[in-house]
Write a protein that binds this ligand. Structure first.
Ligand code: ATP
Ligand code: MG
Length: 423
């Protein structure tokens, strides 16, 4: 037996309805805020992610699925959603249209070579939005409110929004210097990866998951004390806008995010759970990325939200949606001669918006009833009985345990009306 590769899993029919519910909520929230859907390829040229994610990040250093295709090109499976969207925007000239340009993607597959564990897969899926061409912090607040609205719409609670500002290329270097000084004195206590980060990108150390490194960071200087006037005003503006829409938040100076090109606003939405904290969503402003990828300097902000983590939360908080029954009415046949008639009625009922089905394996009438029950049908329509001689069929209501005779003339219409009236 061939098994699925480690860190991947299947979305089976018994859970796919929950995906649809999540996607419906995401689509609706994004639509109301004026975002339109974008879909980009699952793979891109590796170069895009080297430049668009940053070569000091965990993603580029250890997590990418990179391979040579048969034409000897270096290809990488999408390890995050933003770079592909920026590439598509520049390539299509969408950035020359009306700004801000606001797009979203649904359940985009994301590939990262990670150690698989609960809530961490090698293929996962993200909902995300990207908004280009506006610097005002009101847009940051809008983008942040989208995942929060999705969580609320799904009936989830107990989530916390953490925000921070990591400055811009003007003010961050001063902070880098001070942070590097502080950490160099504690070098021996930092993990090997952080020693490497110390040279290449000290900010990244704040994001280290090792407890020892986190302990050393207790009194580390924070970026918020180093913001230039522009960044400080932007951060104050963000807080005002969040206050204005009644979104509560905590300022958390430890949040830096995993990508290199973030500027100013960064944020995470965290849910506390028995098993510890779980981050469902992370994002931020990336005013430097578009020019880094060869476009005109264009401010931008976005986020990515993990669908699998949302599913975990729905389960933990007992908010998993119920699956709807597979079938409304099962058209049972008494005689082989009535099978063709059944085919016709099933087709007519479906055209009228009713979930109708029939037997395709030659079951006895008793077995057809059992099957109807298994697929959750509320009704069974019985064709070919003695009533047929009087031009009638029987409609049995499996919930109320009642039975009605229905004229064959206009049968599909009558049955559809009965069922749709019950909805
Ligand atoms: P972490 O610090 O947990 O590794 P990250 O910073 O790598 O997270 P992002 O790149 O911000 O995560 O991805 C956005 C969201 O995608 C995360 O908040 C999370 O919900 C989800 N996510 C990230 N990696 C995985 C994964 N390997 N498996 C499942 N979901 C993931
Ligand atoms: Mg990660």
């Amino acid at each position: 037996m061939i098994k699925a590769p480690k860190g991947t899993y299947d979305v089976l029919p018994n859970i796919s309805h929950a995906w649809r519910k999540i996607e419906d909520a995401e689509r609706e929230v994004a639509r109301l805020a004026g975002y339109r859907e974008i879909r980009t390829p699952v793979f891109e040229h590796t170069e895009l992610f080297l430049r668009g994610v940053g070569d000091t990040t965990d993603i580029v250093q250890k997590e990418m699925y990179t391979f040579k295709d048969k034409g000897d090109r270096s290809i990488t499976l999408k390890p995050e959603g933003t770079a592909g969207v920026v590439r598509a925007m520049l390539e299509s000239g969408l950035n020359q249209g009306v700004m801000p340009l606001k797009v979203y993607y649904l359940s985009s597959p994301i590939f990262r070579y990670e150690a698989p564990q609960s809530g961490r897969m090698r293929e996962h899926h993200q909902f995300g939005v990207e908004a280009f061409g506006a610097r005002q912090p009101t847009l940051d607040a809008e983008v942040i409110s989208i995942p929060l609205d999705v969580l609320t719409k799904l009936g989830l609670s107990d989530f916390a929004l953490n925000i921070n500002s990591i400055g811009c290329p003007k003010c961050r270097p001063h902070y880098h210097e001070r942070l590097r000084e502080y950490l160099t004195q504690r070098k021996d206590k930092l993990c090997a990866t952080c020693n490497d980060r110390l040279l290449r990108n000290p900010l990244r150390i704040l994001d280290c998951k090792s407890d020892e490194c986190q302990a050393e960071l207790k009194d580390a200087p924070v970026m918020l004390d180093f913001l230039c006037d522009e960044c400080a005003a932007h951060f104050a503006g963000l807080k005002d806008a969040l206050d204005a829409i009644g979104v509560s938040y905590a300022v958390n100076p430890r949040i830096v995010r995993g990508l290199d090109y973030y500027t100013k606003t960064v944020f995470e939405i965290i849910i506390s759970a028995d098993e510890g904290k779980l981050t469902v969503c992370g994002g931020g402003r990336y005013d430097e990325l578009v020019s880094e990828l060869g476009g005109q300097p264009t401010p931008a902000i976005g986020f990515g939200m993990g669908i699998e983590r949302l599913l975990m939360l729905l389960q933990r908080q007992n908010k998993s949606p119920e699956a709807e029954p597979i079938c409304d009415v099962f058209v049972a046949t008494l005689t082989p001669e009535s099978r063709l008639e059944a085919v016709r009625y099933v087709s007519a009922l479906r055209a009228l918006g009713v979930k109708a089905d029939m037997d395709h394996v030659g079951r006895s009438l008793k077995a057809q009833f059992k099957f109807a029950d298994k697929v959750g049908a509320g009704y069974v329509l019985i064709l070919g009985g003695d009533e047929a001689a009087q031009g009638e069929a029987v409609l049995r209501n499996l919930t109320a345990h009642t039975e009605d005779r229905v004229a064959l003339e206009g049968l599909a219409q009558t049955v559809a009306e009965t069922i749709l009236a019950k909805r």
